[in-house]
Design a protein. Structure first.
Length: 411
């Protein structure tokens, strides 16, 4: 985590104006939707075998290779893009690599940790990412001085350079996890299970049948991540909606990014650590409720009211801060064992397939009436809360033990 601020600073600065940069270069509302769909379509294909590749390469090596492709290479391609198809190529490469590294990095963080350590790790990661988001207004100053295109390209070049440096240094500091070492050793000795995709997912579905609680929680998280991609304040449509539908000033909206970061940082530092394990379920549902309320305000607010937008950002940030660290830790807890890579791959596969459809629909919804995109997103968030409720009430695994005890081998 010591190198995380370098990634966070770079991401916070370039991502806020990315969609406006695309539109300034001639990408339309519908094409932005197609770009999102393309990214997830590629993600769907690679998610089929992401878990297999990570088990074969090891968590540490996979994290370095795919992290470099997912971020420094992608941002460098964005910086030199000036047509829709250029952005499409960058989006496809970045999203493909992201499906791998999203799993490998998560496994690196959680596999040698207990539940409390995982909560602390996810909270620390979010805290670092959000703290660096306070710098978002600096991007607004640069854009005001240089313009959208030149300013965003400078930020993208900066991100590519800094992220590359960070990932190379972090790789030297990382160690392979215990489970990762065991899987690699089994493969070297020829004792590993068949590498066929069908066999890999047969084991994964057997695990879901044996532990039904995982099924509800995975579905809830798939829907939440879909909502997060399209309806949250981190989506590509957010900046467009603020400037086009709500008529807010292009450079002024970066202040909202700073407000979001400041509130989230406060929640993660002062509130989340005080929530005991007994109250984490309630915190997650309060968090979902606040996010839904903020989205409702976002849809209903009048044009040109920066104060209203800021208030909705505050409410959303409180809700997101109460929800995300605990749900990430919950997923890590219920997927304990050597089948975790397969379960995370399956989750990414389901999310990618849903986002492909939603990506195409989002462009048309936004073009017809921007608020419709957020109404649909609100419905997805509500369904996610319902499924998480089922998962929370489902029986926990019948026995608690070591990670080896909880694998679903021998189906």
């Amino acid at each position: 985590m010591t190198m995380q601020p370098l990634w966070s600073i770079s991401y916070a600065l370039y991502t806020f104006y990315l969609s406006l940069y695309m539109k300034s270069l001639g990408v339309t509302d519908r094409q932005i939707g197609y770009l999102i769909s393309l990214g997830y379509a590629v993600g769907f294909l690679v998610s089929l075998f992401a878990g297999l590749v990570i088990d074969a390469m090891g968590r540490k090596k996979a994290t370095l290779v795919f992290d470099l492709l997912a971020w420094p290479v992608m941002t460098a391609l964005y910086a030199v893009s000036y047509r829709f198809w250029h952005f499409a190529a960058a989006m496809a490469l970045g999203n493909a690599a992201l499906r791998f590294v999203g799993i490998s990095w998560t496994l690196t963080v959680i596999e040698d940790a207990d539940t409390e350590e995982r909560v602390a790790a996810f909270n620390l990661s979010m805290t670092i990412n959000i703290a660096m988001g306070i710098l978002t207004p600096a991007a607004g100053l640069l854009v005001r001085r240089l313009g959208i295109v030149a300013g965003e390209r400078a930020l993208l070049c900066f991100a590519s350079l800094v992220m590359t440096t960070m990932m190379l240094i972090r790789h030297r500091m990382l160690k392979e996890t215990k489970i990762g070492r065991e899987i690699l050793a089994e493969r070297r000795k020829g004792f590993a299970a068949s590498g066929a995709v069908a066999v890999f997912y047969q084991r994964t579905f057997a695990c879901l049948r044996a532990r039904p609680r995982i099924k509800w929680i995975l579905m809830a998280i798939v829907l939440f991540n879909t909502f997060n991609a399209f309806g949250s304040f981190s989506s590509l449509y957010y900046g467009l909606y603020l400037t086009e539908a709500l008529r807010l000033d292009t450079s002024a909206i970066s202040l909202l990014g700073g407000i979001n970061a400041a509130v989230l940082l406060t929640i993660l530092i002062f509130l989340v650590p005080t929530v005991t394990s007994k109250h984490r379920r309630a915190a997650m549902f309060y968090g979902l409720g606040l996010q839904a309320a903020a989205l409702g305000m976002f849809i209903a607010m009048p044009r040109g009211r920066l104060g209203w937008a800021a208030f909705s950002v505050v409410v959303f940030a409180i809700g997101f801060g109460l929800f995300r660290p605990f749900v990430d830790s919950l997923l890590a807890e219920v997927t304990e064992g050597k089948d975790r890579a397969g379960l995370y791959s399956l989750m990414n596969l389901a999310m990618a397939s849903l986002c492909v459809v939603m990506g195409v629909a989002s462009g048309w919804l936004y073009h017809y009436r921007p608020a419709l995109l957020y109404l649909v997103s609100l419905g997805i968030l509500t369904l996610s809360a319902i499924l998480l409720g089922f998962g929370s009430r489902a029986d926990s695994p019948n026995r608690q033990g070591t990670s080896d005890d909880l694998t679903c081998e021998g189906f």
